[in-house]
Design a protein around this ligand. Structure first.
Ligand code: HEM
Length: 452
């Protein structure tokens, strides 16, 4: 029996983070492995009252709240689904991010290799990730303690626990929200999440399971698996180390060489080069709208395209934002580019001489209806930038986040300028994968059914 219909989703049944970006200043992500089915169910039952739905909270913004995701192994343990029901889930979700299939897109080679991950690899199986939010630090800690105590009671193992001397992936007040370690403003552009346009990759139906969508085809949609997954959404949860020292050194060293060619000071060339890697200036202004300098008026602009910039003179083809959302760019394949909902935060202390050796980076929550048609397709573009006929053959990889150890990777970066192209022979590795888990954020009625 099909579990799909086209009536509008009930926001009370959808986990909140899928439909809204939370503005709680404090958050923490707890990563667990279950021990037994009764222990796992007891754990879920204890934290269920804190699960936040997508329903509008009006003036009563919750002081504390959480959302829950399960990997396929976690789901297998806690759900009542049979082996044949479970077969209905997409292979990408079932096999997980360290699998050979997923690695064809993620290309986690070298220091990002799955066997170096702190979670999500063989022997470090993740079953459940709990995302906790608080209005202030004591509020966050209160709920973290409730979750941590419930985990101990249920016999769960936590990765990155405080008890082992490693900090939880907490947000530090010193890293401003909406800002990330390389200094860019983040959280600017998100899919509009309209309703009723199944051909639109930004429609909510491209993200929520159980509603027809032609672009991402979220599933499973049929049988018991479809009923279980309805109103759920996948989350590619990824911990990404950011090498601020390598990034800053790269900018400074190259800016000195480039500045005379483009007629700017070294300081301005550092800002220019950072913008060319990303596609937006540090303040958020898109290069397409503000090609010469950042402009406070465009810092949150989202209405622009790349089709008028066929030479890459404003925004290089391989700039991160141009690859991750090519907008109106001509694509090699039919159909509009996939979209992702991004939720996440910086983790770790800001970089300075005292904290230089500490861990820091981005906790990325990439929400999608299909891990393969959205998240992994974009990742393959990031590592190869082969998605547009417009691209000259040698355009290298995503300039900011691609894996440079990928066999055959073209790590060069070309920045077209009126004075001729600036050629950077080889980009360093700015970002390293530390762990990945493919989760489903089930509907709230499904969470309740698990503990009944
Ligand atoms: C540490 C790693 C990363 C850094 C430093 C980074 C940085 C940024 C920045 C500064 C922006 C612009 C802010 C905005 O538009 O909201 C952005 C946008 C974006 N990023 Fe990333 N990102 C990272 C990882 C990823 C990954 C792994 C993906 C996808 C697989 C991704 C997909 C996107 C998308 C889709 C956009 C929106 C582009 C647009 O709509 O114009 N990013 N990123």
């Amino acid at each position: 029996m099909p579990a799909t219909n086209s009536s509008q989703p009930d926001k009370n049944n959808v986990q909140g983070m899928i439909m809204r970006g939370y503005t709680h200043p404090w958050s923490c992500h707890l990563i667990f492995k279950f021990a037994t089915q009764p222990g796992a169910k007891e754990f879920i039952k204890t934290i269920l009252p804190y699960v936040q739905s997508a329903a509008d909270w009006g003036d009563n913004k919750p002081e504390i709240m959480l959302n829950i995701g399960f990997t396929f192994t976690g789901l297998k343990l806690v759900s009542k689904l049979t082996t044949s029901d479970l077969a209905g889930f997409p292979p990408t979700f079932k096999q997980g991010p360290a699998s050979a299939g997923s690695q064809q897109s993620l290309n986690d080679f070298g220091t990002s290799a799955p066997n170096t991950w702190v979670f999500g690899q063989t022997g470090k199986q993740v079953d459940c990730v709990v995302h906790v939010y608080g209005m202030d630090e004591p509020a966050l800690n209160k709920l973290v303690k409730i979750v941590a105590d419930a985990a101990v009671a249920g016999g769960l193992t936590e990765y990155l626990p405080i008890a082992n001397g490693t900090k939880r992936l907490e947000e530090y007040a010193t890293v401003p929200r909406n800002s990330i370690h390389f200094g860019y403003l983040d959280g600017i552009d998100q899919p509009a999440l309209g309703w009723g346009s199944p051909s639109d990759p930004a429609d909510l139906s491209a993200f929520l399971i159980g509603y027809p969508n032609k672009t991402s085809q979220p599933g499973p949609s049929y049988g018991n698996a479809g009923i279980f997954a309805k109103d759920g959404c996948y989350n590619a949860f990824r911990m990404l180390y950011q090498d601020v020292n390598v990034f800053d050194t790269f900018l400074e060293t190259n800016a000195k060489a480039i500045a005379p060619k483009i007629g700017k000071s070294v300081e301005d060339t550092i800002a220019w080069l950072a913008a060319k890697l990303n596609g937006r200036w540090l303040n958020g202004s898109p290069l397409e709208l503000s090609p010469d300098a950042p402009d406070p008026k465009t810092s949150h602009a989202t209405a622009f395209g790349y089709s008028g910039d066929t030479t890459g003179m404003k925004c290089p083809f391989a700039a991160h934002n141009r690859v991750a959302n090519p907008r109106d760019e001509e694509l090699s394949e039919q159909g509009p580019p996939p979209r992702l909902i991004r939720r996440g935060m910086a983790y770790g202390q800001p970089f300075n001489s005292k904290t230089a050796s500490e861990d820091r980076g981005l906790i990325g929550l990439f929400l999608c209806g299909s891990l393969s048609n959205q998240f992994e397709l974009l990742y393959s573009w990031i590592n190869t930038t082969n998605f547009s006929n417009l691209f000259p053959s040698q355009q290298g990889q995503d300039a900011l986040i691609a894996n440079r150890s990928m066999p055959g990777a073209d790590t060069s970066f070309t920045i077209p300028t009126p004075a001729g192209p600036v050629e950077i022979e080889s980009l360093p590795q700015f970002v390293v994968a530390r762990g990945t888990a493919y989760c489903i954020l089930p509907g709230i009625s499904t969470l309740k059914s698990i503990v009944e």
